[in-house]
Design a protein around this ligand. Structure first.
Ligand SMILES: Cc1ncc(COP(=O)(O)O)c(C=O)c1O
Length: 437
């Protein structure tokens, strides 16, 4: 076992069930027993572990939150001002009205806004609003939408309903059995699956929930068909932009596809590392939020809206999406050419700013673990996902691709000699949800 981070993680796992607060930050998801686990400092795409070792983050950059890079100076300055002015009071912070106006200006179809601080929580609010508005209970959904009961209930009847929606094996223990049969999954770009749900439950559907885009682009007519079906049955169409938002443009990706939902949900990148989330929507649907009790103390604090206003201003001013696309395209091209040079069989998927790499081998998880292990020894946090940030420079990408070519060479040799597992200094990385011992 290496480093102070792993020692702390052993202690952390004794106190914190599951080890971390977010499954995607579990060290076991990257490199069991070797991942640095904790950071002492993060600036831009540089991260220092507890022993002062420096890494360049070519993985998830705050699991998609730090779109400008960690500790962005402009966002941090706005946050410092909010802290100095008092982050909390009996009165409300004016920034929440300013941000509501800005979100509606960016999304002219939307008229009203509510806030939470996390993505899954905002999705739960959106689904509650849809249920309150329609007086119905059933939800059809595609994709990952957080940890709340409405979503996990899909796994009550059949354990694997959520597999194929980003995170496999999500356990619904503790979700009331009474919710079984209220959430119906369908796959992206498979309109016939949604048609079947609509045929069975159309008149009871409160909402159709979908990420407008994620690992694949929409086939022509797919989003239009989803929009049409929602209208046909009177269900609220919710676009989850928690991950897709702010990557391709300033705002929701749906703006690029010319499709308008009834509600859209933002979090993560909207506020660059400070907790903030928003549900935006058309007036009469959003007004249903008044008929249901949706209320929380820290949804009123000042740091989140101040960070979001500063993030969005910089995002616009600096044309951040253009940079993200260029960096992501370079990384994807680098993966492909390194694989060609070394004879490795890989799959590249995802939008350029949220790229995904997988190793096309029977022992793919072991190969991925070896990749992370070798890249870590070169000073990179690297895994199958790459989230581009405004702080990634050509220099970072050059250094990463040089290390990647060397690592792909090592992996190709190991595959040829059938000794990938023997080169691992610890266990194989976990792929999904599982109980930790
Ligand atoms: C599309 C989508 N929805 C919802 C969530 C949940 O957001 P949070 O982790 O902030 O609760 C995520 C997180 O990855 C997401 O990608």
């Amino acid at each position: 076992m290496s480093g102070s981070g792993q020692q702390l993680y052993v202690r952390g796992k004794r106190r914190i069930p599951g080890g971390t607060q977010l499954l995607s930050k579990r060290p076991e998801m990257f490199l069991p027993d070797q991942w640095p686990a904790y950071y002492s400092k993060a600036r831009g795409v540089e991260v220092w572990d507890l022993d002062g070792r420096r890494y360049v983050d070519m993985s998830y950059n705050g699991i998609g939150a730090c779109i400008l890079g960690a500790a962005d100076p402009d966002v941090d300055e706005a946050v410092r001002r909010a802290v100095q002015a008092g982050s909390m009071s009996t009165l409300n912070c004016p920034e929440e009205v300013e941000l509501a106006d800005l979100l509606c200006e960016l999304h002219p179809w939307a008229e009203k806004v509510r806030y939470t601080r996390c993505g899954g929580e905002a999705m739960a609010v959106a689904v509650r609003i849809a249920r309150a508005c329609t007086g119905r209970e059933q939800v059809a959904f595609c994709g990952y939408h957080g940890w709340h009961d409405w979503y996990l209930s899909a796994n009550l009847g059949q354990e694997d309903a959520l597999d194929g929606h980003l995170l496999p094996g999500l356990a619904p223990a503790g979700v009331p059995r009474g919710l079984a049969g209220t959430a119906h999954p369908f796959s992206y770009n498979r309109p016939e699956q949604l048609e079947a749900i609509v045929a069975d439950h159309g008149g009871q559907l409160a909402a159709i929930v979908i990420e407008p885009v994620r690992s694949q682009k929409p086939e022509p007519g797919f989003l239009e068909g989803v929009r049409r079906m929602a209208r046909q049955v009177g269900a609220v169409l919710i676009f989850d932009e928690v991950s897709s938002g702010w990557r391709l443009n300033t705002g929701g990706a749906h703006l690029l596809y010319d499709q308008t939902p009834d509600l859209a949900v933002f979090a993560k990148a909207m506020s660059n590392g400070y907790a903030m989330a928003a549900v935006i929507g058309i007036g009469h649907v959003m007004d249903a939020a008044q008929n249901s009790f949706i209320s929380s103390t820290y949804w009123t604090e000042r740091i989140g809206p101040a960070a979001a206003l500063a993030t969005i201003a910089k995002h616009r001013r600096c044309e951040v999406p253009r940079h993200l696309a260029a960096v992501g395209e370079r990384v994807q091209a680098g993966w492909r050419s390194a694989a060609e040079q070394t004879g490795l069989s890989i799959k590249v998927s995802g939008l350029a700013p949220m790229s995904h790499l997988s190793f096309d081998y029977e022992n793919g998880p072991a190969v991925r673990t070896l990749f992370t292990q070798e890249m870590l020894s070169h000073g990179f946090l690297a895994s199958e996902g790459f989230y581009a940030t405004y702080a990634h420079t050509d220099g970072h990408v050059d250094e990463y691709l040089a290390a990647l070519r060397e690592t792909f060479g090592i992996i190709a040799g190991a595959i040829e000699r059938a000794n990938v597992e023997r080169l691992l200094k610890g266990p194989v990385a976990h792929a999904g949800f599982g109980r930790l011992t």
